[in-house]
Design a protein around this ligand. Structure first.
Ligand SMILES: Nc1ncnc2c1ncn2[C@@H]1O[C@H](COP(=O)(O)OP(=O)(O)OP(=O)(O)O)[C@@H](O)[C@H]1O
Length: 227
């Protein structure tokens, strides 16, 4: 479902004398439906960079990034947007708050975007917000003024609303209390059970051990330096 072949990433810092930072080279990996792989490796090894390339936020210099058969490295922007809407979900730690939109609609939106009717989408949003312990009194308000932890949970609810066949999770349990952390781990296990292919970054080792089937050490893709 998620397949990378010989992917590399070089940053060129045009505002700093065109300094070149080689981060990753020769990344080849494949994650099957129902499988969760954790990206590991030391700080600065390129875990977030790899995740952002798979989502299409960073351009890969070479190689192929296939999501359900489509190569995102060569896809038209319109196709990338379609894949993000239908196939590839991304859950980060932070909610990009949409001004003036009620929390219930923020969470239901990914389902509405793929054509699910309003009642069904809102029912799913209500179930997720309840599961993630967001008080009902907040559902009709915009999450702009919510606490950091509440925004994070709204973001997780939104990220799990649509059953994406592929998902990227960036520290989904960071800074959650024990109860909500367990809810997120259950959502990940449910996503795997329905066949989602998942790649995640988890600094929370116990969470990683509970939901991930294997680890991919990104340090192994450091570019070879000339001696
Ligand atoms: N937008 C960017 N422009 C230039 N360099 C970048 C950019 N993003 C990341 N880098 C560089 O790429 C390298 C890898 O960074 P990245 O954030 O992917 O590491 P990481 O493994 O996720 O680290 P951490 O565990 O500390 O979050 C670092 O040396 C960083 O400076």
């Amino acid at each position: 479902m998620i397949e990378l072949k010989d992917v590399s990433k070089v940053f060129t810092l045009h505002n700093q004398g065109s300094a070149v930072i080689e981060v990753l080279s020769g990344v080849s990996l494949s994650v099957k439906p129902g499988e969760c792989a954790a990206l590991t490796g030391s700080s600065g090894s390129g875990k977030s960079t790899l995740m952002r390339m798979i989502y299409g936020n960073y351009m890969a210099q070479s190689g192929e990034i296939r999501i359900g058969g489509t190569d995102l490295v060569r896809a038209e922007p319109r196709e990338v947007i379609r894949i993000r809407r239908e196939t590839l979900g991304y859950v980060s730690q932070f909610l990009r708050v949409v001004p003036r939109v009620a929390t219930l609609d923020v969470v239901a939106e990914p389902l509405r975007a793929v054509g699910v009717d309003a009642d069904t989408a809102q029912a799913r949003a209500r179930a997720l917000l309840t599961q993630l312990n967001i008080p009902q009194t907040l559902w009709s308000l915009s999450p702009t003024t919510f606490s950091g932890g509440e925004q994070q949970r709204v973001n997780i609810a939104r990220g799990f609303a649509h059953p994406y066949p592929a998902m990227l999770l960036d520290e989904p349990t960071a800074s959650l209390d024990a109860q909500n952390r367990q809810v997120v781990l259950t959502l990940i296990e449910e996503a795997k059970a329905r066949g989602a292919a998942i790649i995640g970054i988890f600094h929370d080792e116990a969470a990683r051990d509970q939901v991930c089937d294997r680890e991919i050490d990104v340090t192994g893709y450091a570019p070879r330096r000339a001696a």
